[in-house]
Design a protein around this ligand. Structure first.
Ligand SMILES: [Cu+2]
Length: 414
C-alpha cells in the first residue's frame, strides 16, 4: 500500500472513531423528520398533478452495445432510467428491491473488451415492509446495486455520479451540499473487491454532490465479488444499502445453465423494532451493538416472494450468486434443496464442494451455487439462523414448475 492510500484509510478509520453515537441518533431522527417532510411535499405535488408515470422496474437497465472506438468492443451500460412512480403516499419509490433475475446474461465472447458501467447514487425513501419506510442509500435506486459482469482480461471502467442524473427539480437534488454533509453522505464512492489496487478504487472515487468520477481497472482474477461504498462513515453507507456484486468470468466462461439469479443478504438497523410502522430512522447504536432489526434478501421483506419469486422448471440447471453486503454473515440454505456444486468464498476457479446443505457467507463475500431443479414445488431461501428468516425477513421463494417426481418425493398412504 502506498503512502497516500494508507493515509486515506487511516483518515477514514480516525473519522469513524471520532463520530459520536448519541448525537448521531438525534441527527438520524432529525434527518428522518426532514425526509418525511420532503415526502409529504412530494406527495402533495403528485396529488396536484395527478401524474401517472410508467414504472421502470429496476430504475436502470443493463445492456450491451457495440463500441466502435474499441475495435469490436462492448460497453456494458447501466443506463439511468426515470423511476418515479405513483407509489404510496409516504414513499417516493414503490420498489427498492432488485429482482433476482436482474443480471446481465453470460458474456459468451473470446476476447477482452472494455466494460463500461454507469452508476449513480440515490438516497430514497421506500417500503421495507408494508407500512414501514426507510431512507435507503443506493447505487442506481435499488438494493443491491447493479450486477456487473466482466471477463478475466477485460478493462472495467466505473463511472460514478453522486446523485441521480436528470433529477433536477426533484426534492432531493435541491438539497444543499451542507444538507448532504449533515445527513452523512457528502461523498459516496465504490470499493470493488475484484480490483487489485489500493482501496479497491475507493481513493480514486470519492465523489461529492453533483460530481462524477471514473476509474479503470483490469479484471485479472476470476471470481464472484462484492462491491460497496467506502465513504465516511463507511459502515453506515453499507448498512443503508450501498452494495452490489461483480462477476469476473474466467476466460473460457462458466458452464452453461438455464437460470441465473442474483441475491444479496443485508442487515438493517431501524430505530423502531421489526414491523414498527412509519418512517424509520437509521440506528447507529444498533449497528454498533451488531443488533439488526431486519435481515433482508434484496432490500426489503418479501422482495423475492410471490410474483417476484425465483422461478425455474423441472430439469433446469440453476445458478445462484449469493452475497452478503453488510455486516453480519449469512448461514445460507435452501429448504428442500441440496447444492450440487458450491463455490465458497467467491472461489469460482476451485473445484466445487459437492452436496452441500448450508454455507456461511462472510460479510463482504459471495458464493456461487449450482443445482438442478428436480421436484416441483416451493422452496424457501433462508438464513438458517432461523429467527432471521421467520421473524426478521431473511426469506425468499424459489418456485419450480413441472411434472411430479414420485420416485423422488411422494406421500405414502397409511
Ligand atoms: Cu455512500
Amino acid at each position: 500500500m502506498n503512502k497516500s492510500s494508507g493515509l486515506l484509510l487511516l483518515t477514514i478509520a480516525l473519522g469513524s472513531l471520532t463520530t459520536g453515537c448519541s448525537s448521531d441518533e438525534s441527527m438520524n431522527r432529525a434527518n428522518a423528520e426532514k425526509v418525511a417532510a420532503i415526502q409529504a411535499e412530494k406527495a402533495r405535488h403528485k396529488a396536484m398533478s395527478g401524474g401517472d408515470m410508467a414504472e421502470h422496474e429496476g430504475g436502470q437497465m443493463q445492456h450491451s452495445m457495440p463500441m466502435s472506438e474499441h475495435s469490436g468492443g462492448e460497453i456494458q451500460h447501466a443506463m439511468p432510467m426515470p423511476d418515479e412512480s405513483t407509489g404510496a403516499v409516504q414513499s417516493d419509490a414503490s420498489e427498492i428491491g432488485r429482482r433476482a433475475d436482474d443480471l446481465p446474461a453470460p458474456l459468451n465472447r473470446t476476447q477482452s473488451q472494455l466494460v463500461s458501467v454507469d452508476l449513480y447514487t440515490d438516497e430514497l425513501v421506500a417500503e421495507m415492509m408494508p407500512g414501514v419506510t426507510y431512507q435507503y442509500w443506493t447505487y442506481n435506486g435499488k438494493v443491491p446495486g447493479p450486477f456487473i459482469r466482466a471477463r478475466a482480461g477485460d478493462q472495467v471502467e466505473i463511472h460514478l455520479n453522486h446523485g441521480k442524473p436528470g433529477a433536477a427539480g426533484t426534492a432531493h437534488s435541491e438539497h444543499t451540499s451542507t444538507e448532504h454533509a449533515n445527513a452523512g453522505h457528502s461523498a459516496h464512492s465504490i470499493d470493488l473487491h475484484a480490483v487489485v489496487g489500493p482501496g479497491g478504487g475507493a481513493p480514486l472515487m470519492q465523489v461529492g454532490q453533483g460530481e462524477q468520477k471514473s476509474f479503470r481497472f483490469k479484471a485479472t482474477h476470476p471470481g464472484i465479488y462484492v462491491y460497496h461504498c467506502a465513504s465516511l462513515h463507511v459502515p453506515t453507507h453499507i448498512a443503508n444499502g450501498m452494495y452490489g456484486m461483480i462477476l469476473v468470468e474466467p476466460e473460457q466462461g462458466l458452464a452453461k445453465v438455464d437460470r441465473e439469479f442474483y441475491v444479496m443478504q443485508g442487515d438493517f438497523y431501524t430505530g423502531g423494532k421489526y414491523g414498527d410502522k412509519g418512517l424509520q430512522a437509521f440506528s447507529k447504536d444498533k449497528m454498533l451493538a451488531e443488533k439488526p432489526e431486519y435481515f433482508l434478501f434484496n432490500g426489503r421483506v418479501n422482495s423475492l416472494s410471490g410474483e417476484r419469486a425465483l422461478k425455474a422448471k423441472v430439469g433446469e440447471k440453476i445458478r445462484l450468486f449469493v452475497g452478503v453486503g453488510s455486516h453480519v454473515a449469512s448461514n445460507f440454505h435452501i429448504i428442500g434443496a441440496i447444492f450440487d456444486n458450491l463455490y465458497p468464498d467467491g472461489a469460482i476457479m476451485n473445484p466445487p464442494l459437492k452436496n452441500v446443505q448450508t454455507t456461511v457467507i462472510a460479510p463482504g463475500s459471495a458464493v456461487m451455487i449450482e443445482f438442478t431443479a428436480e421436484v416441483p414445488g416451493k422452496y424457501l431461501l433462508v438464513d438458517h439462523s432461523l429467527t432471521r428468516a421467520i421473524d426478521k425477513g431473511a426469506l425468499a421463494e424459489l418456485i419450480i414448475e413441472g411434472a411430479e417426481r414420485p420416485e423422488l418425493y411422494q406421500q405414502v398412504a397409511h
